[in-house]
Design a protein around this ligand. Structure first.
Ligand code: ZN
Ligand code: ZN
Ligand code: ZN
Ligand code: ZN
Ligand code: ZN
Ligand code: ZN
Length: 676
C-alpha cells in the first residue's frame, strides 16, 4: 500500500523542520526515496553476525541525506531562517528509518527501482508565452488587449519529444489564444492573422520552446532542433539520418519520429535562424499553416534564390584574411620594362597617415549539384524531382522523341523515343549503360577515370547513331545537373557568398555571382580574390567594361598550385594573377623576412589552406544535396554557409585571432606609441 496524504503530513511534521523551504522539503523527500537501495544494502549486511550497528552503507546514507538538506536549487535558500540544521535533521531521520520507510510504504518487497515511486513529471502545457496582443495598440485605460481563450476551447493530448529526448504526452488548448480585437491567433511557435485578401498569414515566433512538426499534433522541444543542428555540423547528418538516430535512442514503440517530421523541424528551426541572420525576421510572413515546401520557398525568396550571401561575413576581418596594407619599398628591383601590363604602384603614404588594410578572398567551384531540366541550355528546376526530366516550360517535350533534333512524337505514352527502330535501339543501349548505375556508382567510375586519365568527364562507350559518335548524341533521357556550386570565402575560411554555374564555370556567370554578392555593399569588396581562372575572368571584365569597378577595387590572382600551369603562356598571367611575384611588386602577397643570419627570405603573406577545410566539410554533403529539389538545395546551402561562418567566427574568437587595436592603429595611421 502506498501512503496517503495523512502519512505524508505525519512524515513532514515529524522529520522536517517547519522553516525549511518547500522546494527543499520536496527535494529531500525525493532523495529519501531514492536512497532506499542503500538502506537495503545496510540491512542486508547487518544480517550477518558481528556487523557494526552503523555500517559503511549507513554512513554514506547519512552523508547523502545531510547533503540533500543543504544542496540548494538556484536562487532558493533552503533554510529560510539562515540557520543550517541539516546534520541535526539528518540525524533524526537516520535514527528512525524503519518507521519512516514503513510510513512511506517502502519495504523489502518494493521494487528495487525507487523511480517507480518518485514524483511524476507533470504533463507540459503547450501555449503561447505571450499575454497580450503583439499588434494592437494600447486602448482604454492604456491596456493592450489581453489574449483570450476561445469559447469552444478544449484541450487535446499531443505527443511531445521533450528536451531529454523522451516522447511524453502534453496538453494543448486546441483553439489558440486569440486577440478579440484584431483576431490574431497565438500558437506556441507562430501567430496567424488576417492578411491581405482575407487569406490568413503566419508570422513566426523566433524563440519558441516548442515547435510543431506535424499537422497531426506532434511537437518537439527546441533542444531537439539544436541537437539536429549540431549533428549536421559534426556528423553531416541530414534530417533522415537524424530521425533514424532519434528513433534508435528513444526506443519508444508508440511513437516514431518520421523523416517528414524531422525535415519539418529542420525547416522550422533554420527558417528562424536564417531570417534572423539576414535581418528579415520582422518582415517575414507566409501563408498560415503552409506546407514544408511552401515554407522553404517563401524563406528562400527572402534570403536568396540560386545564390546568396552570409550577411555577417561581408564585414568580417581577422588576422588570417586581413592585413595592414603594405607598400612597395623604394629599393625593390624594377619590374621588367618591356611588359605592357605593369601595375600602377601606389606610393606609400607619409608616415603617420592612414595606410588602410587589405583582405584576401578565395573563390572556386565545387561539384555540389542538384538536378535541373534535361535540355542543356535550360537552367530551370524540374517540375517533378522524383523521376521527372523537364522544367515547367519544357514539360511538353516528354511527348517528343528524346533524341535531339528528331522531334517526332514518342511511340507510346511514357516512352522516351519515337517509333524509329534506330532511336529505340540507341535508347535501349543507353539505358543498359547508365540507368542501372547508382549515383555512388557513377562517382566511382568518374574517380577511377580521373585517376587513370586525369580527365574530368565520365566516358562510357556509347554506340554511334548514324554518323554521330555515341557521346555526341544530344538527348533528354534524364534530368541534367547544374555544373557547380561557386563559393567565395575569406582566406581564413569564413564563407561570404555563393551562386551556381549551370553548364560550365563560365566567366560571365562567375562575374555575375561576384556582382550579386557585393551588389549592396561595394565598399566591402576584397582587395584580392584568389581564383583558378583569374586571368580569364580579368580579361572578360576588361573586355566587357574597361571602367568596371572591379578593376579599381580588386586584384584577381591565381592560387599557387594553378599558377604553375598559367605562368609561361601569358603576359597578363605573369603580371596580374601571379600569387607570389618575387619582384616586390605585390608586397601585400609576399613578405620579405630576414633570418638570424641576415639572409632575406620571401614567404607568402596569406595561407589559403584553411579555405580548403570548407571544401572538405562541404563535400560530405554531396550525396544529400544531389537528392534535393532546387528549393531545398538552396535552403540547405544557405544553412551550411551560415553554420560554417559561425563555426569559423567562434574559432577566431577562441584563438584570439581577431583584429587587434594595434592593427586598427596602423590602418588608421594613429601613433602607436601613445601611452594611455
Ligand atoms: Zn490584436
Ligand atoms: Zn578572416
Ligand atoms: Zn527546361
Ligand atoms: Zn526519334
Ligand atoms: Zn584552386
Ligand atoms: Zn593566368
Amino acid at each position: 500500500m502506498g501512503m496517503s496524504v495523512r502519512e505524508l503530513i505525519f512524515v513532514l511534521e515529524l522529520f522536517f523542520p517547519p522553516e525549511l523551504a518547500i522546494q527543499q522539503a520536496i527535494y529531500v523527500l525525493g532523495v529519501m526515496i531514492s536512497l532506499y537501495p542503500i538502506l537495503r544494502l545496510h540491512l542486508n549486511q547487518r544480517q550477518e553476525p558481528h556487523q557494526p550497528i552503523v555500517t559503511g552503507w549507513m554512513k554514506s546514507f547519512r552523508a547523502l541525506l545531510t547533503h540533500a538538506f543543504v544542496q540548494e536549487a538556484d536562487g532558493v535558500e533552503a533554510w529560510t531562517t539562515g540557520i543550517n540544521l541539516a546534520p541535526e535533521y539528518a540525524g533524526y531521520i537516520c535514527g528512525d528509518l524503519d518507521r519512516l520507510y514503513a510510513l512511506l510504504g517502502l519495504n523489502e518487497n518494493s521494487p528495487n527501482d525507487p523511480a517507480s515511486f518518485l514524483f511524476r513529471q507533470p504533463r507540459p502545457i503547450l501555449s503561447t508565452s505571450r499575454l497580450n496582443c503583439k499588434f494592437c495598440p494600447a486602448g482604454d485605460l492604456n491596456l493592450v488587449p489581453s489574449l483570450r481563450r476561445r469559447r469552444k476551447g478544449s484541450t487535446q493530448s499531443v505527443w511531445l519529444l521533450d528536451s531529454s529526448f523522451h516522447w511524453v504526452l502534453a496538453d494543448i488548448v486546441v483553439a489558440p489564444s486569440h486577440c478579440a480585437k484584431c483576431k490574431a491567433d497565438y500558437y506556441p511557435d507562430k501567430i496567424t492573422r488576417v492578411g491581405q485578401g482575407r487569406q490568413r498569414s503566419e508570422l513566426l515566433e523566433y524563440d519558441p520552446e516548442f515547435i510543431r512538426v506535424s499537422k497531426h499534433g506532434v511537437w518537439v522541444h527546441r533542444r531537439v532542433a539544436v541537437a539536429q543542428e549540431k549533428a549536421l555540423q559534426r556528423f553531416h547528418s541530414g534530417w533522415s539520418n537524424f530521425a533514424d538516430w532519434v528513433n534508435d535512442t528513444t526506443d519508444d514503440i508508440n511513437v516514431t519520429f518520421t523523416y517528414r517530421q524531422s525535415q519539418r523541424l529542420f525547416l522550422e528551426h533554420w527558417s528562424r535562424r536564417l531570417l534572423i541572420a539576414h535581418g528579415k525576421e520582422n518582415i517575414f510572413t507566409c501563408d498560415a499553416f503552409c506546407t514544408a515546401k511552401v515554407l522553404a520557398e517563401t524563406v528562400r525568396k527572402v534570403v536568396g534564390k540560386n545564390g546568396g550571401i552570409v550577411p555577417m561575413a561581408l564585414s568580417h576581418g581577422c588576422i588570417d584574411c586581413t592585413h595592414v596594407k603594405r607598400y612597395r619599398q623604394a629599393d625593390h628591383q624594377p619590374a621588367p620594362a618591356n611588359l605592357p601590363e605593369t601595375l600602377a604602384q601606389q606610393e606609400a603614404p607619409p608616415a603617420g597617415s592612414p595606410c588602410g588594410y587589405i583582405r584576401l578572398a578565395v573563390m572556386d567551384g565545387k561539384r555540389l549539384n542538384h538536378r535541373k531540366c534535361a535540355l542543356n541550355d535550360c537552367q530551370n528546376p524540374l517540375v517533378n524531382y522524383k523521376n521527372g526530366r523537364f522544367c515547367e516550360t519544357h514539360l511538353h517535350l516528354r511527348n517528343t522523341c528524346g533524341i535531339i533534333p528528331c522531334g517526332r512524337p514518342v511511340h507510346s505514352p511514357g516512352a522516351l523515343t519515337c517509333d524509329q527502330q534506330t532511336h529505340i535501339n540507341w535508347h535501349k543501349q543507353y539505358e543498359n549503360r547508365f540507368h542501372r548505375m547508382s549515383f555512388p556508382g557513377v562517382q566511382r567510375v568518374i574517380r577511377r577515370q580521373q585517376e587513370e586519365t586525369r580527365g574530368p568527364s565520365l566516358q562510357v562507350q556509347l554506340q554511334a547513331l548514324g554518323d554521330t559518335p555515341g557521346e555526341q548524341v544530344v538527348h533528354t533521357f534524364k534530368a541534367k545537373s547544374i555544373y557547380c556550386l561557386q563559393t567565395v570565402q575569406w582566406a581564413c575560411g569564413v564563407p561570404i557568398g555563393w551562386g551556381k554555374c549551370y553548364r560550365s564555370e563560365s566567366t560571365p556567370q562567375v562575374l555575375s555571382i561576384l556582382n550579386k554578392i557585393w551588389e549592396d555593399n561595394p565598399q566591402s569588396r576584397p582587395s584580392f580574390i584568389g581564383y583558378d581562372k583569374a586571368c580569364d575572368l580579368l580579361r572578360h571584365i576588361v573586355t566587357q567594361d574597361p571602367n568596371d569597378l572591379w578593376l579599381k577595387t580588386t586584384k584577381f590572382i591565381v592560387d599557387a598550385w594553378h599558377y604553375i600551369g598559367h605562368r609561361a603562356t601569358d603576359v597578363l598571367c605573369r603580371t596580374r594573377c601571379n600569387p607570389a611575384p618575387t619582384d616586390g611588386s605585390q608586397p601585400d602577397l609576399v613578405l620579405t623576412e630576414t633570418d638570424d643570419n641576415g639572409v632575406a627570405h620571401q614567404t607568402r603573406a596569406f595561407n589559403t589552406e584553411t579555405a580548403e577545410q570548407l571544401n572538405s566539410w562541404l563535400n560530405g554533403f554531396e550525396s544529400q544535396l544531389r537528392q534535393m529539389t532546387d528549393v531545398n538545395y538552396d535552403f540547405f546551402v544557405h544553412v551550411l554557409m551560415l553554420l560554417y561562418a559561425e563555426t569559423v567566427e567562434k574559432r577566431v574568437a577562441e584563438k584570439g585571432r581577431e583584429l587587434s587595436e594595434e592593427f586598427w592603429n596602423a590602418v588608421n595611421g594613429n601613433a602607436v606609441d601613445v601611452e594611455v
